[in-house]
Every structure is written in C-alpha cells, then in structure tokens.
Design a protein around this ligand. Structure first.
Ligand code: MRU
Length: 330
C-alpha cells in the first residue's frame, strides 16, 4: 500500500498527514488557517525540511484564500521553524510570485496555488533524482545506517537520504538498514522504520548510542543522512546526533553522505556557525524519566563540519569537495 501523502492541496484546502500519531494511526488533518499550520509545523505534524517547505508554500495560498495579508502571514509561516532553509525559501518563492501576479493584474490566489504546486512537483522530482544518483552507492549486502527520518515522510516524494535506498531496492540490490531511533522524538524508530518496513526493505532500529559500535564492528558500509540546511562551505545542519554519527564514521572509515535537494543548499549562509539551531521544549527530553524539577537542553539540530562529509547526493548529482566550489557550481 502506498504511503499517504504528507501534504495535500485539493479544492483550495490544505491537508497534512499527522506524523505525531505515526506509526499507530494514519490520520490526515485539514489545516483551516495559518495559525493552525504554524502550530502543526512546530509540533511536527508535518516535518522534514522539504515537506515543511511544501506545506509553507501552500500555507501562503491558504492565508490569501481567507483574506489574510500576504506578507504578514508569510512572515509567520517562514518563522515557524528556524533551521530548515526550505521553509523560508519556499514561502518567499510563492510570495514573490504573488507580487508579480499583483503587478501584472493577475488573480493572486491562482498564482499562489500555481507556484506552490510547482514547489511541490519539483520536490517530488528532486527526490527521484537523488534516488537515481545515490543508488549506485548502495553495495550488494551493505549495512546502511541512517539518522532521523529523511524519507518519504520528510518530503512529498520518495525522500532524500532514503531515496537511494528505495531506488537500490527497486533495482534488486540486497542491503540492510540500521535506523537510529533518534532521541528524543524518535523519528527513526517511528517513521523511518515504518516506511522502510512497508516498502519491504530490511530495517532494524538501533539506539543512537549503538551507531558507533556497529561501525566499529564493521557492520556499516555506508551512512546516509538528510539535511536541514547546507551552508556555502558544506557545513551541514541536520537532526541532533548526526554530528556524532559523522565523527564515528570518520574514525571507522565509513563513507558519510548527506542527501539533499538543491533547495536545502543555502549559499547565503557562509558556514555552520551562522546557522540558527532550533531549541525545543525541555519536556521532550525529560519526559517521564527525569526527576521532577530537573531541566534539560534540547537543541533539535547539530552541525556536521564539511570535512566529515564524503559527498552530497543531490538532484544534480554527487557533489565532492571542495564544497565551496561544487555547491556553488550547481
Ligand atoms: O525535526 P525534524 O523531524 O523536522 O528533523 C528532520 C531532519 O533532521 C531531516 O533529516 C531533515 O529535515 C532532512 S528531511 C529530507
């Protein structure tokens, strides 16, 4: 059975697959206004850099459908989560199309819907291209480790980090996936394991701390992760814990690839130090386990320095160092 769409726009209405309920319940929720959509993005009802970009793009149309101010509502959407560049990029792109439509005396809502649909289609095509370019990296019988969920659920297509795995599986390559559970919100255990298992791909969940151990034992031949923002020099923000995986991969000489669409590459951000890291509620970390009254730090992302990245699997092909040159050339 195909996965339900993460984001759906039909008859001027926006629907999201509620990922907070997965894998136990598959529920689509209509987003009635921008305030609800902002809340949904912040609660990770929709999540993953490309998927929040597409949701934000339709959100601009949603705002104008209900008579909202284009720029005011767009600013609310773009600010919903700070780290993934795709959100601000997609919202801005749709706003600019709206501005051109107004200048040309064209229908505003139709122009916004049209541009959002283009962002949506491009995301799907870019995922397919990432799959095509990345599939040859998956060797027969390889152990492949991934972190968080950069799969179909994080996009509107077949994913970024998981796209090469879907493509290799389709080509008949046998391999095994280790899905880091991804504390604290368990995107690996809940989402990556769910979507790969549904696709018939051999997947096992491991606690985040097991990744280095499996590499030390020679059980991992390839690491592929997604990205929320890639700076001009190749420094890469992704889900918290990615940096530890990259360091272990370097130590045990395992290729570490970042898969991302062009929309995640942010040439305006010079390096990882300039990337805003979202800090989330302490309660996500302390949960029921920590003693009452003890606080927690909860950075949702970390930055992997570019020299730990073996290559970027993008829709334009595999980009290699020096990243300052190869990322800009695309
Ligand atoms: O907090 P999330 O679940 O939105 O974080 C998602 C990730 O870190 C993904 O790896 C990244 O957005 C790439 S998704 C193709």
């Amino acid at each position: 059975m195909p996965l339900p769409p993460t984001v759906r726009w039909a008859d001027h209405r926006l629907y999201l697959l509620d990922q907070t309920l997965l894998p136990h319940e598959v529920v689509e929720v209509e987003q009635h206004d921008v305030a609800q959509l902002v809340d949904s993005i912040q609660r990770l009802v929709v999540r993953g850099a490309p998927a929040i970009g597409v949701a934000g793009a339709y959100g601009v149309a949603l705002a104008v459908r209900d008579g909202g101010d284009l720029h005011e509502q767009a600013a609310l959407l773009a600010g919903a989560r700070p780290t993934a560049v795709n959100l601000g990029w997609a919202v801005q792109r749709v706003v600019r199309r709206g501005e051109r439509a107004v200048t040309a005396g064209e229908g505003l809502l139709a122009a916004l819907e049209d541009e959002a649909a283009a962002v949506h289609r491009e995301d799907q095509a870019q995922c397919e291209a990432i799959g095509r370019h990345g599939a040859p990296l998956v060797a027969d019988g390889a152990g492949v480790l991934t972190h968080c969920n950069a799969g179909a659920l994080a996009t509107t297509g077949i994913g970024t980090a998981l796209a090469p795995l879907y493509a290799a599986h389709e080509q008949g390559t046998p391999f095994q996936v280790f899905a880091d559970e991804t504390r604290p919100l368990l995107q690996g255990a809940r989402l990556t394991a769910w979507e790969l298992d549904r696709a018939g791909i051999d997947v096992e969940v491991v606690v985040d701390g097991a990744a280095a151990h499996l590499m030390a034992r020679g059980e991992v031949g390839l690491v592929v992760v997604g990205a929320d923002r890639v700076a001009a020099n190749g420094d890469t923000a992704n889900k918290i814990g990615t940096l530890g995986v990259a360091l272990a991969a370097q130590r045990f000489v395992v290729p570490f690839y970042v898969a991302c669409p062009s929309s995640t590459i942010d040439l305006a951000t010079p390096d990882g130090g300039a990337i805003t890291i979202e800090e989330r509620a302490a309660a996500e970390v302390t949960g029921a386990a920590a003693p009452a009254g003890v606080g927690a730090r909860n950075p949702a992302f970390d930055v992997t320095p570019h020299d730990l990245v073996t290559g970027f699997i993008t829709d334009r092909g595999i980009l290699r160092a020096p990243y300052g040159v190869s990322l800009a050339a695309g």
